[in-house]
Ligand binder design. Sequence first.
Ligand SMILES: Nc1ncnc2c1ncn2[C@@H]1O[C@H](COP(=O)(O)OP(=O)(O)O)[C@@H](O)[C@H]1O
Ligand SMILES: CC(=O)N[C@@H](CCC(=O)OP(=O)(O)O)C(=O)O
Length: 314
Amino acid sequence: MPLSPNPYAALKEASRYVRLFRGKTFVVKVGGEVLTEPKIRKALCEQIALLWSFSIRVVVVHGGGAELDAVCKAMHIPVQKVAGRRVTSPEVLDAAKMVFAGQVHMDLLADLQAAGVPAVGLTGLDAGLLKASKRPPVAVVPDGATEPQLVDFGLVGDIDAVDPHVLSHLLDGGFVPVVAPLSGGEDGAIYNTNADTIASSLASALGAEKLFFLLSVPGLLKDVAKTSSLIPHATLDQLAAFEAKGIISGGMRPKAAAVKAAIQGGVPSVHLVSGLAPDALLAEVFTNEGSGTMIVAAQPATGSLAAPAGGAKP
Ligand SMILES: Nc1ncnc2c1ncn2[C@@H]1O[C@H](COP(=O)(O)OP(=O)(O)O)[C@@H](O)[C@H]1O
Ligand SMILES: CC(=O)N[C@@H](CCC(=O)OP(=O)(O)O)C(=O)O
């Protein structure tokens, strides 16, 4: 963690951000891969506990894709993904309910409670938080292909509306909502919805100051095989250029779309950060250098006060 060896200097640097973010809303999306290892999950919960103790209003959205893959495999249910999004048959949806609203959810809640966080578990169905409708077949360009292909994603829900009242009530009461990636249809249906998309929609609906994606890589990479190729800062135009060059693939594709939607929905900055390194989230929030990738709409004018956003990267 790039904190100064002088603890008082480090405290002063951090206190600037503590003041800046007190009472602000952060949405923290945690990927399934980060949640599989108990030691890593516990370290993450301790970081979330620290944010909460500084009076930051934290909403956690979790995935569980890796865990669902494993459960489907164990149950001999075929796993199919196109451009990072899961094709969801009725059997996959049943497994998704067990994994997303069950195992992954409970383990995360237990570790948050252990870290002293008053976490409350929800799915998108609770109090009508996420209203979705079944995605019609759509044209998608699969990874590595050039031509679009018509894909029926099955029981995948596209979010039509967000009613964040239940979250606002919980946040006002000092609780930390933890949202599982399932949404509800008008007709009583239950849908599988990508957790990145949910995090982005909630961040916009809540007027969040920041949206974090905690990943199994250090951030956005120029070369996914090289962790040293971290891109510390990007604008939406640069993100689009990386996509056009094919730098962004697999699970990073829905993430890139979620980043764009959040920023266009009014979230000032989105951060792609390691969920595996024990202090990466804190370093991103409370140091000038940050630890991962910070994405903003456009480069702020030199000397702009809008720049410091944990960290005040160039
Ligand atoms: N340019 C890139 N930078 C970083 N990761 C990338 C990039 N392109 C593809 N990826 C892949 O995307 C993955 C993140 O997506 P995903 O596995 O769906 O994460 P999560 O489960 O956290 O949502 C990374 O672990 C990496 O393998
Ligand atoms: C439609 C769709 O793709 N849903 C995702 C929901 C879980 C998720 O997003 O998990 P991660 O964040 O761990 O990838 C899935 O079934 O994998």
